[in-house]
Design a protein around this ligand. Structure first.
Ligand code: SF4
Ligand code: SF4
Length: 194
């Protein structure tokens, strides 16, 4: 099953993913018309940024989803075909129990609609052969859409590349230090001989 993966080192907190999500879920699907829609089209992803770490927070479509288990009216369902966790708006009573139990903070408040509001996995876009809107819109490629195995393999390769680069850097620094020391010793020897 494909999932959206994040590389937090690439996320600049530009919030383009939020914008693209809003547009993708607007009635018109067009940025200029979406601005004037009422109620406005809300993003289902929210970028959380701190000085050290930027994370676009969104639903990860958990197995045994706490929101699904906790919803008192059965308004949260798992799509048997693709495994995504979906809110059925027509059933939702706006109690926001799902918001309270979601461990990721992935359910957004939408008081004007009195409905739970969260990522639907961009199923319409996937049917058209597109990636989720947040992934397609990310200018730094901090978000990607891939199979679990692919994501795990890429993360392992990235870690190995980072650690190799760090080791090479440390080795180069040690070599520079050694050659400076050797130079100092040589100079001392020359001064002693002189
Ligand atoms: S809303 Fe939260 S608890 Fe529900 S599936 Fe998404 S991440 Fe899991
Ligand atoms: S807000 Fe809606 S989806 Fe969430 S727990 Fe309440 S009824 Fe269920």
């Amino acid at each position: 099953m494909k999932k959206v993966a994040l590389d937090p080192r690439k996320c600049t907190a530009c919030r383009t993913c939020e914008l693209q999500c809003s547009i993708a879920h607007s009635l018109s699907g067009d940025i200029f018309s979406a601005i004037f829609e009422s109620p406005p089209s809300l993003s289902r992803v929210k970028v959380s940024w701190t000085p050290g770490l930027n994370v676009p927070v969104r639903c990860v479509h958990c197995e045994n989803a706490p929101c699904l288990l906790a919803c008192p009216v059965g308004a949260v369902e798992e799509d048997a075909a693709d495994g995504t966790v979906q809110v059925r708006e027509e059933k939702c009573i706006g109690c926001f129990t799902c918001l309270l139990v979601c461990p990721y903070g992935a359910v957004r408040l939408s008081f004007d609609r009195k409905k739970a509001h969260k990522c639907d996995g961009c199923r319409d876009r996937l049917r058209d052969g597109l990636d989720p809107a947040c992934v397609s819109g990310c200018p730094t490629k901090a978000l990607s859409f891939a199979d679990f195995d692919e994501i795990a393999a890429k993360k392992i390769l990235d870690t190995a590349a980072r650690e190799t680069a760090a080791l090479a850097q440390a080795a180069a620094a040690a070599a520079r230090e050694r050659s400076s020391l050797e130079r100092i010793l040589e100079m001392r020897k020359e001064m002693g001989n002189g």
